[in-house]
Ligand binder design. Sequence first.
Ligand code: SF4
Ligand SMILES: [Zn+2]
Length: 480
Amino acid sequence: MIDSHCHLEMPEFDSDLKDVLARMSENGVTHAVSIGSLAQNERIEKTIGIAGLHDNIYTTLGVHPKSPYKDLEGISELFGKYYSKNKKKIVAVGEIGLDYFLPGISKEDFEKIKIKQKELFKFQLRLASANRLPVIVHVRDAYEDAVDILKEYVKNPDGFFGGVIHCFSSAERGIADEFLKMGFFISFSGNITYKKNDGLRAVLREIPDEKILIETDSPYLAPQSFRGKRNEPSYVRFVLEAAAGEKGVEREKLDYLTVQNTVNLFSLEGVGGFYPAVAYKIRNSVYVNLTNKCTNRCTFCPKYQGGKTNFCVKGYNLELKKEPSAGEVVSSVFRYYNFNEIVFCGLGEPTLRIEILKEAAKAVKNIVGGIKVRLDTDGLANAVYGRNIAAELEGLIDSVSISLNAQNSALYNSICGPQLNGKGIDAYASVLEFVKESKKHIKNVAVTAIDLPDVDIAYIEELAKNLGVDFKLRHYNDVG
Ligand code: SF4
Ligand SMILES: [Zn+2]
């Protein structure tokens, strides 16, 4: 288990932090993310100090919507000062957000505070993008405004590096759906154990397991059996237990999956047996990210937009810290359950790691006979290796989706920017050859094209028909 959100620097832990951390380990909570408050220097120093002393504690930087702060510039400065020295330990910007729970305040002041909070929230969201970090979002009594702001944010040109709505507490399914659609994870705390929270539990049951995180928010929000007492990270086990019970999933399965979700969101390295950005699940498919290397330099690639490199897909940051081995792929894939297809895809060309691809495909098929394996490729593997890779994939890959993207070589070169061309290879011809070879060795073959100007979709569709393969139209800017 990982407690994805706690506040270990709070005075409540001053006298016995050592025991608190020992109880974490005794109860199988291997790691915790202790939120760092940028509002006060001494608090952030203390948090960073705790994280620095303990390998299994990570931290974050952010100003809570209700915390005092000098000015936005000051936040930026403090952020830069601490982040530059602690990059390995600071895994997110947070907690930031909106908190409209302001009892007893005049209407006039309420409106003023709302404006201030929104300004602070947006500013810190920009800080997250600029530093390629995910965000931890706190929302209380302000879901509508938060949804509006985040909808804009996830489209920002500097990238959205994922995020979590922490301590989710709305009983409205529609609100959770809005966040999920944007690619956010949803984190649940001890409040799912509270008797009155049937509505929240109903929402929890509906959230896909691969989008859930668990947390304590300690020292606050102790689970039902400790209500009113100090909460601590080891109690995250009660949150896990309650969530697994609600969802009718084995506790151990949900444990592994919530750890993998947390590792993926915060790109955590060194959590035993879990590897960030290697596998992620969308609907009923588990996607595998073998490499960030590419044979092409496509103009439409979400990875290279506006002169920047951006590895974000649907709230996942697919920038690999290290290319995974076949064993790491297999263990990452099977942290998930309830899926019917494995897709080698990612923001890179999987066939550039052909031996690992073959080994991993073989292994997953050995583990679950009949599991469907798909490959999304640029179709240049034969050109890269100078041998017939399509034939080598027979029996390992059930479906292949090949990006053809153009009706002739010249257009292909201008859209896809193949890096092989200097070597005297006609990339487009080679892709077509790969399509034909795939037809001989792989059950389902499709070619794809994106609806870009100059691309003659009708022609490519006809070409696919003549080659006896399927055609799939893709839309610009729609990844995953
Ligand atoms: S092959 Fe895919 S990942 Fe590579 S540049 Fe083209 S679109 Fe991007
Ligand atoms: Zn908190």
